[in-house]
Design a protein around this ligand. Sequence first.
Ligand code: IMP
Ligand code: MG
Length: 175
Amino acid sequence: MNDQKIISLITAEKIEKRVMELADEISSDYAGREILLIGILKGGWIFMSDLARNINSPLICDFLWVASYGPGMKSSGEVKIVSDVSISVEGKDALIVEDIVDTGRTIKYLIDILGRRNPKSLRVCALLDKPDRREVSVEVDYTGFVIPDKFVVGYGMDHNEKFRSLSYIGYLDER
Ligand code: IMP
Ligand code: MG
Protein backbone atom coordinates (compact mmCIF):
# COMPACT_ATOMS: atom_id res chain seq x y z
CA MET A 1 0.00 0.00 0.00
CA ASN A 2 1.77 3.12 -1.20
CA ASP A 3 -1.11 5.55 -1.18
CA GLN A 4 -1.81 6.03 2.53
CA LYS A 5 -4.71 8.43 2.53
CA ILE A 6 -6.74 8.19 5.75
CA ILE A 7 -10.51 8.54 5.60
CA SER A 8 -12.07 9.77 8.84
CA LEU A 9 -14.45 7.35 10.51
CA ILE A 10 -14.83 8.66 14.08
CA THR A 11 -13.90 12.26 14.92
CA ALA A 12 -11.88 13.27 17.99
CA GLU A 13 -15.01 14.98 19.40
CA LYS A 14 -17.09 11.80 19.10
CA ILE A 15 -14.34 9.73 20.71
CA GLU A 16 -14.03 12.18 23.59
CA LYS A 17 -17.77 12.15 24.26
CA ARG A 18 -18.02 8.35 24.10
CA VAL A 19 -14.97 7.81 26.33
CA MET A 20 -16.57 10.04 28.97
CA GLU A 21 -19.81 8.04 28.75
CA LEU A 22 -17.88 4.78 29.19
CA ALA A 23 -15.97 6.24 32.14
CA ASP A 24 -19.25 7.31 33.77
CA GLU A 25 -20.76 3.86 33.27
CA ILE A 26 -17.66 2.18 34.71
CA SER A 27 -17.51 4.60 37.66
CA SER A 28 -21.11 3.88 38.57
CA ASP A 29 -20.78 0.08 38.10
CA TYR A 30 -17.73 -0.18 40.35
CA ALA A 31 -19.26 2.24 42.86
CA GLY A 32 -16.05 3.45 44.48
CA ARG A 33 -14.29 0.09 44.49
CA GLU A 34 -10.66 0.15 43.43
CA ILE A 35 -10.16 -0.90 39.81
CA LEU A 36 -7.03 -2.40 38.33
CA LEU A 37 -7.00 -1.06 34.78
CA ILE A 38 -4.94 -3.24 32.46
CA GLY A 39 -4.15 -1.41 29.26
CA ILE A 40 -3.27 -3.62 26.32
CA LEU A 41 -0.25 -2.37 24.42
CA LYS A 42 0.40 -0.99 22.15
CA GLY A 43 -2.97 -0.13 20.63
CA GLY A 44 -4.76 0.61 23.92
CA TRP A 45 -2.45 3.28 25.35
CA ILE A 46 -4.27 6.45 24.29
CA PHE A 47 -7.71 5.06 25.09
CA MET A 48 -6.40 3.89 28.47
CA SER A 49 -5.04 7.33 29.37
CA ASP A 50 -8.25 9.15 28.42
CA LEU A 51 -10.47 6.57 30.12
CA ALA A 52 -8.36 6.52 33.30
CA ARG A 53 -8.55 10.29 33.68
CA ASN A 54 -12.33 10.25 33.49
CA ILE A 55 -13.14 7.38 35.87
CA ASN A 56 -14.20 8.54 39.33
CA SER A 57 -13.03 5.52 41.28
CA PRO A 58 -9.70 4.75 42.87
CA LEU A 59 -7.51 3.31 40.13
CA ILE A 60 -4.32 1.40 39.80
CA CYS A 61 -2.94 1.04 36.30
CA ASP A 62 -0.86 -1.58 34.63
CA PHE A 63 -0.09 -2.64 31.09
CA LEU A 64 0.17 -5.90 29.25
CA TRP A 65 1.85 -5.97 25.89
CA VAL A 66 0.67 -8.57 23.45
CA ALA A 67 1.38 -9.08 19.79
CA SER A 68 -0.89 -10.87 17.36
CA TYR A 69 -0.46 -8.94 14.15
CA GLY A 70 2.65 -9.17 12.07
CA PRO A 71 3.37 -6.36 9.68
CA GLY A 72 0.39 -5.38 7.55
CA MET A 73 -3.30 -5.87 8.17
CA LYS A 74 -3.66 -9.59 8.74
CA SER A 75 -3.55 -11.21 12.16
CA SER A 76 -1.19 -14.12 12.55
CA GLY A 77 -3.94 -15.72 14.63
CA GLU A 78 -1.40 -16.45 17.33
CA VAL A 79 -1.25 -14.23 20.42
CA LYS A 80 2.02 -13.77 22.29
CA ILE A 81 2.83 -11.92 25.51
CA VAL A 82 5.66 -9.49 24.86
CA SER A 83 5.58 -8.05 28.38
CA ASP A 84 3.35 -9.16 31.27
CA VAL A 85 1.63 -7.07 33.98
CA SER A 86 3.76 -6.07 36.95
CA ILE A 87 0.93 -5.91 39.51
CA SER A 88 -0.69 -9.16 40.64
CA VAL A 89 -4.33 -9.42 39.53
CA GLU A 90 -5.20 -11.83 42.36
CA GLY A 91 -8.13 -10.54 44.38
CA LYS A 92 -8.44 -7.38 42.25
CA ASP A 93 -11.33 -5.97 40.25
CA ALA A 94 -9.47 -6.08 36.95
CA LEU A 95 -10.65 -4.30 33.84
CA ILE A 96 -8.93 -4.99 30.51
CA VAL A 97 -8.70 -1.88 28.32
CA GLU A 98 -8.30 -2.81 24.66
CA ASP A 99 -8.40 -0.81 21.45
CA ILE A 100 -10.41 -3.15 19.24
CA VAL A 101 -12.01 -6.57 19.23
CA ASP A 102 -11.62 -8.04 15.77
CA THR A 103 -11.45 -11.86 15.47
CA GLY A 104 -11.79 -11.99 19.27
CA ARG A 105 -8.65 -14.13 19.67
CA THR A 106 -6.62 -11.59 21.64
CA ILE A 107 -9.40 -10.88 24.14
CA LYS A 108 -10.21 -14.56 24.53
CA TYR A 109 -6.54 -15.27 25.25
CA LEU A 110 -6.33 -12.41 27.77
CA ILE A 111 -9.52 -13.47 29.57
CA ASP A 112 -8.17 -17.03 29.76
CA ILE A 113 -4.74 -16.18 31.15
CA LEU A 114 -5.82 -13.37 33.49
CA GLY A 115 -8.89 -15.31 34.63
CA ARG A 116 -6.65 -18.15 35.81
CA ARG A 117 -4.82 -15.76 38.14
CA ASN A 118 -7.85 -15.44 40.46
CA PRO A 119 -8.95 -11.82 40.05
CA LYS A 120 -11.97 -10.87 42.16
CA SER A 121 -13.63 -9.84 38.90
CA LEU A 122 -12.50 -9.53 35.32
CA ARG A 123 -14.20 -7.37 32.70
CA VAL A 124 -13.36 -6.04 29.27
CA CYS A 125 -13.66 -2.50 27.92
CA ALA A 126 -12.96 -2.16 24.20
CA LEU A 127 -13.16 1.11 22.32
CA LEU A 128 -14.08 -0.57 19.04
CA ASP A 129 -15.85 -3.74 18.02
CA LYS A 130 -15.73 -5.23 14.52
CA PRO A 131 -18.36 -8.00 14.87
CA ASP A 132 -18.25 -8.99 11.17
CA ARG A 133 -14.78 -10.40 11.68
CA ARG A 134 -15.41 -12.45 14.83
CA GLU A 135 -13.97 -15.96 14.82
CA VAL A 136 -14.28 -16.83 18.51
CA SER A 137 -17.12 -15.70 20.74
CA VAL A 138 -16.13 -13.32 23.52
CA GLU A 139 -18.04 -11.22 26.00
CA VAL A 140 -17.18 -7.52 25.97
CA ASP A 141 -18.64 -5.63 28.95
CA TYR A 142 -18.10 -2.08 27.69
CA THR A 143 -17.92 -1.16 23.99
CA GLY A 144 -17.29 2.31 22.58
CA PHE A 145 -18.30 1.95 18.95
CA VAL A 146 -19.32 -0.89 16.65
CA ILE A 147 -17.57 -0.37 13.32
CA PRO A 148 -17.72 -1.95 9.85
CA ASP A 149 -15.06 -4.33 8.54
CA LYS A 150 -12.38 -1.74 7.74
CA PHE A 151 -8.78 -1.68 8.91
CA VAL A 152 -8.67 1.38 11.16
CA VAL A 153 -5.80 3.51 12.45
CA GLY A 154 -5.37 6.40 14.87
CA TYR A 155 -6.07 6.97 18.56
CA GLY A 156 -3.45 4.35 19.44
CA MET A 157 -3.99 2.01 16.50
CA ASP A 158 -1.41 1.52 13.79
CA HIS A 159 -0.62 0.20 10.39
CA ASN A 160 3.02 -0.90 10.35
CA GLU A 161 3.54 1.23 13.50
CA LYS A 162 2.34 4.41 11.82
CA PHE A 163 -0.67 6.66 12.56
CA ARG A 164 -0.99 5.84 16.30
CA SER A 165 -0.87 9.50 17.30
CA LEU A 166 -3.82 10.67 15.20
CA SER A 167 -6.50 12.13 17.47
CA TYR A 168 -9.29 10.67 15.31
CA ILE A 169 -9.96 7.17 13.98
CA GLY A 170 -9.86 6.60 10.25
CA TYR A 171 -9.35 3.86 7.74
CA LEU A 172 -6.86 3.43 4.99
CA ASP A 173 -7.96 4.22 1.51
CA GLU A 174 -6.83 1.11 -0.33
CA ARG A 175 -7.13 2.46 -3.86
P1 IMP B 1 -8.13 -9.89 17.35
O1 IMP B 1 -7.28 -10.80 18.16
O2 IMP B 1 -8.28 -10.37 15.93
O3 IMP B 1 -9.48 -9.59 17.98
O4 IMP B 1 -7.35 -8.56 17.16
C1 IMP B 1 -7.13 -7.73 18.15
C2 IMP B 1 -5.89 -6.89 17.95
O5 IMP B 1 -5.49 -6.71 16.61
C3 IMP B 1 -6.23 -5.53 18.48
O6 IMP B 1 -5.83 -5.44 19.80
C4 IMP B 1 -5.45 -4.61 17.57
O7 IMP B 1 -4.21 -4.33 18.15
C5 IMP B 1 -5.27 -5.35 16.30
N1 IMP B 1 -6.27 -4.90 15.30
C6 IMP B 1 -7.40 -5.52 14.92
N2 IMP B 1 -8.06 -4.84 14.00
C7 IMP B 1 -7.33 -3.73 13.79
C8 IMP B 1 -7.52 -2.58 12.95
O8 IMP B 1 -8.49 -2.43 12.19
N3 IMP B 1 -6.55 -1.63 13.03
C9 IMP B 1 -5.47 -1.73 13.85
N4 IMP B 1 -5.27 -2.77 14.65
C10 IMP B 1 -6.19 -3.77 14.62
MG1 MG C 1 -4.42 -4.31 20.56
